[in-house]
Ligand binder design. Structure first.
Ligand SMILES: Nc1nc2c(c(=O)[nH]1)N[C@H]1C(S)=C(S)[C@@H](COP(=O)(O)OP(=O)(O)OC[C@H]3O[C@@H](n4cnc5c(=O)[nH]c(N)nc54)[C@H](O)[C@@H]3O)O[C@H]1N2
Ligand SMILES: Nc1nc2c(c(=O)[nH]1)N[C@H]1C(S)=C(S)[C@@H](COP(=O)(O)OP(=O)(O)OC[C@H]3O[C@@H](n4cnc5c(=O)[nH]c(N)nc54)[C@H](O)[C@@H]3O)O[C@H]1N2
Ligand code: SF4
Ligand SMILES: [Mo]
Length: 750
């Protein structure tokens, strides 16, 4: 949507930086290829004009003089710009040759977070993986939501069947390990978290926050309780214990298809509030009261996010969040925890043919850790590349796709030297940063304003159903391709073919899979009827159109229908509201004949580990580290934008006053933080927002390499790499997720 005056035109689009997907109004001069301003779009039904400071990154990234726009090849004399054809030929030759010499698993891939915000990248992933054929796939997932994916795989047979808080209709929200005011909500896309919370409170509802730090969200909550990092499973088990002990369970509409309730009661029996008060730091009477109030609320929702995932018992905590919702009848109920229904159909039952638990079909070579949904834990990344650990069987080539694992994953120093052992590394990225500096070849891609987009992933986790297409606003520099195009071309060349061939396979494959499929509205449509109604242009638009037309709100290729297609969504110019969340159970359970089996041996086994951890948790003077997100950051990569990097140093260690006194630290001083994995230094900020015994250092910093091209980040916000403190051997065992929150540290003045 555009309106113009003189040389300026205004377009609306969705913000691609975080999960909220706020609506933006972007004013540009197309002729001069300049972004004049970026503001909130008041007409967007979701965000209503709200934006956070990171929205300006849409302009900042486009203009950043450090952004890479041409393929770069590493030479003895530094980086050299080469043509796209040379670059693809080089990548293809090297990948192909290494695979031929050392087998398919010698090609490793790492996929990072920004792909989640880019439809062309996301839609291309399955084809890319198929073409690469390697068992060595890594991503940020095992440093993020993987425990939740695993519990959803087990409970519902779909790793993405993750219910989200119906925050707009609930009366009581119990939030563990999320800081919505800063992150804008994760696995709960809901712009303007502050307003979502104040609306809840205005309706008479309550927000209760469990967090080892009195966060920005805790400040506006009705109640905040410190909780010892990594102890959420104890706390949640204690809630379950009280629900049973006091007769407060009421499964309601879930009862007819839910099993194992008695087993849950047995498993929760040892965890009375009194028995977990010391290890959780939450007084028994508070736990009891929360259980009673949660059960008494008309509509309540328990929600857990990153603090409950990248911790010692991420899987159990993620599972128990669902258990609490089930036992109180709040799963899949208005005002409870509900399943979003995106227009692109990825959450429709018919999309999927089976529901096996894809876990352990192969193992990592060095440590023998199981794959999950085709990925190996990020904790095994470095060792799978090293000669010293994997020997001849190591991965010799690596493709990184918008990720910066040297800063984002555990023991970045080890990973950095492992990257230097590779025979070939190609990075699909827009910056020469701590990870991509190890590459032999960097392939840049368009940034948001230069490509069209669709909120594919996050319309699947929104607190109200929506659909949104974003058009391209400015033409990119000559030949600069979109992320999906580069991924396809690299994968194609590794197989001696062309990206256009894979694009056609993707299109034909999707047509064949979705059109005419039994049990869908497209059951009686033939591929030949559908084809003429679709664009002949390669790229994501026609793929999205197939998904939408065959999806739950689709027109099923019937021109007379008032159902959706991509053109209708695009014509909306803003997010298209598709209404409040609606109940979807038991329909979306893809296993156990639609029965919700609450208990699985994976959970039972891990409960033993939970019991065993008690003793260590009771050790006196335990000091543990947690992370911290900040409004102006996005993981490792927005520090190079002047307006987001300005201001005082942000990578500080927060320490509670009692600990500071004990450790001899004061605000403005420097602390040395050491763990089993390594040590870093950071400026100290003494603050009672920290729970005693817990210190906090944000992740994503550590911009200290002289051979990167991050002029602003390296000077304005270099910070320390918190992940140098994380070791690659501490895991949430069932999901293989790395532990970032609650690791033991020692802190001393430096
Ligand atoms: N200690 C600790 N560590 C953590 C976390 C934590 O809470 N604590 N959180 C974890 C989580 S949740 C996540 S998601 C991971 C993130 O881990 P990563 O995904 O590895 O890290 P990012 O900083 O998101 O990496 C972004 C990369 O993508 C590039 N990029 C950005 N935009 C584009 C684009 O449009 N195109 C291309 N081609 N490249 C682009 C950037 O230059 C950068 O290299 O970090 C994890 N690490
Ligand atoms: N501004 C900004 N927004 C972001 C990002 C960013 O880097 N910056 N990253 C995006 C990404 S990739 C993600 S995954 C999401 C994450 O979204 P959130 O999960 O909402 O993000 P965090 O702010 O890391 O919140 C985690 C909270 O868990 C707390 N915590 C730590 N350990 C524990 C524990 O053991 N138990 C409990 N109960 N709490 C604990 C921390 O103190 C913190 O307040 O945010 C996204 N949004
Ligand atoms: S909250 Fe997220 S989506 Fe909204 S403007 Fe900020 S970064 Fe963009
Ligand atoms: Mo994340």
């Amino acid at each position: 949507m555009s309106n113009s005056s003189a040389s300026s035109e205004t377009f609306t689009r969705s913000c691609p930086i975080c999960e909220a997907c706020c609506g933006l109004r972007v004013e540009v001069n197309r002729e001069a290829k300049k972004v004049l301003s970026v503001r909130g779009d008041e007409d967007d039904p979701r965000s209503r004009g709200y934006v956070c400071p990171k929205a300006t990154a849409v302009k900042g990234l486009y203009e950043d003089p450090d952004r890479i726009k041409k393929p770069l090849r590493k030479t003895a004399d530094g980086w050299e710009e080469i043509s796209w054809e040379e670059a693809y030929a080089f990548a293809g030759e090297r990948l192909k040759a290494l695979r031929e010499a050392h087998g398919k698993d010698t090609l490793a891939t790492y996929i990072g977070n920004p792909i989640g915000h880019c439809a062309s990248g996301l839609i291309t992933v399955p084809m890319y993986i198929e073409a690469m054929q390697s068992e060595r796939l890594f991503s940020a997932a095992s440093m993020d939501q993987q425990p939740k994916n695993l519990t959803s795989s087990i409970l519902y047979g779909d790793m993405w069947a993750i219910s989200v808080p119906d925050i707009q209709r609930t009366d009581y929200m119990l939030s563990l390990g999320g800081n919505q005011l800063v992150s804008q909500g994760s696995l709960m896309s809901a712009p303007n978290a502050k307003k979502q919370i104040s609306d809840l409170q205005r309706r008479g509802g309550r927000l209760v926050v469990m967090d080892p730090r009195r966060t920005e969200t805790a400040e506006v909550a009705d109640e905040h309780h410190f909780i010892v990092p990594g102890s959420d499973a104890f706390f949640l088990f204690a809630l379950v214990n009280v629900l049973f002990e006091e007769g407060l369970t009421n499964l309601g509409h879930l009862a007819p298809f839910t099993d194992d309730v008695d087993r849950v009661r047995e498993l929760a029996a040892p965890f009375s509030p009194e028995s977990v008060a010391d290890v959780t730091g939450v007084p028994a009477e508070v736990i009891r009261r929360i259980a009673r109030e949660f059960a008494a609320a008309d509509r309540a929702v328990c929600y857990g996010r990153i603090g409950t995932c990248i911790q010692e018992f991420g899987t159990l905590a993620s599972w128990l969040v669902d258990v609490v919702n089930v036992l109180t009848g709040n799963l899949d109920r208005e005002g409870g925890s509900m399943f979003t229904r995106p227009a692109t159909g990825q959450s429709e039952y018919h999309m999927w043919d089976g529901a096996e638990l894809n876990l352990g079909r192969w193992k990592s070579r060095v440590r023998g850790l199981p794959e999950y949904e085709g990925q190996l834990p990020i904790a095994t990344f470095a060792e799978e590349l090293e000669d010293a650990s994997a020997g001849d069987d190591r991965a010799r080539a690596l493709v990184t796709i918008c990720g910066n694992p040297v800063l984002s994953s555990p023991n970045g120093a080890r990973l950095a030297s492992a990257l230097d052992e590779l025979d070939f590394m190609v990075s699909i990225d827009i910056y020469l940063n701590e990870t991509t500096r190890h590459a032999d070849l960097i392939l840049p891609t368009t940034v948001a304003i230069e490509h069209s987009n669709y909120d594919f992933l996050f319309s699947g986790t929104a607190v109200r159903n929506f659909a949104r297409y974003t058009p391209q606003i400015l033409e990119p520099e000559a030949e600069l391709p979109d992320l999906g195009d580069v991924m396809l071309e690299v994968a194609a060349r590794a197989n001696g073919t062309q990206g256009s061939v894979l694009d056609m396979m993707l299109f034909e494959g999707m047509l064949g899979a979705l059109v005419g499929k039994a049990g869908t509205p497209c059951e009686h449509v033939s591929v030949d009827d559908a084809r003429p109604k679709l664009s002949t242009e390669p790229g994501i638009e026609r793929l999205l159109d197939i998904m939408i037309r065959t999806g739950p709100y689709g027109d099923a290729f019937d021109d007379a229908s008032d159902g959706l297609n991509l053109a209708k969504i695009a014509a909306e110019g803003h997010a298209m509201d598709l209404g409040p969340l609606e109940p979807r159970l038991p329909g979306i359970i893809r296993k156990d004949h639609g029965r919700l089996k609450l208990v699985h041996e994976i959970f039972e086994k891990d409960i033993e580990r939970l019991h065993e951890s008690l003793e260590a948790r009771r050790a006196p003077d335990r000091l543990v580290l947690i992370g911290r997100r900040q409004l102006q950051n996005m993981n490792t990569w927005l520090h190079n934008l002047e307006n987001l990097a300005k201001g005082k140093e942000r990578c500080t260690l927060l320490v509670n006053p009692t600990d500071a006194t004990r450790l001899g630290l004061e605000t403005g001083g420097t602390a040395k933080i050491s763990s089993r994995a390594g040590s870093v230094t950071a400026p100290v900020e003494v603050s009672d927002e920290m729970m005693p015994g817990v210190v906090s250092l944000p992740h994503g910093y550590g911009h200290r390499s002289s051979d990167t091209a991050l002029r602003v980040a390296n000077t304005k916000q270099p910070g320390a790499n918190a992940n140098q403190l994380l070791d690659e051997y501490s895991l949430d065992v069932p999901s293989g997720t790395s532990i970032a929150n609650g690791i033991l540290v020692e802190v001393a003045g430096a």
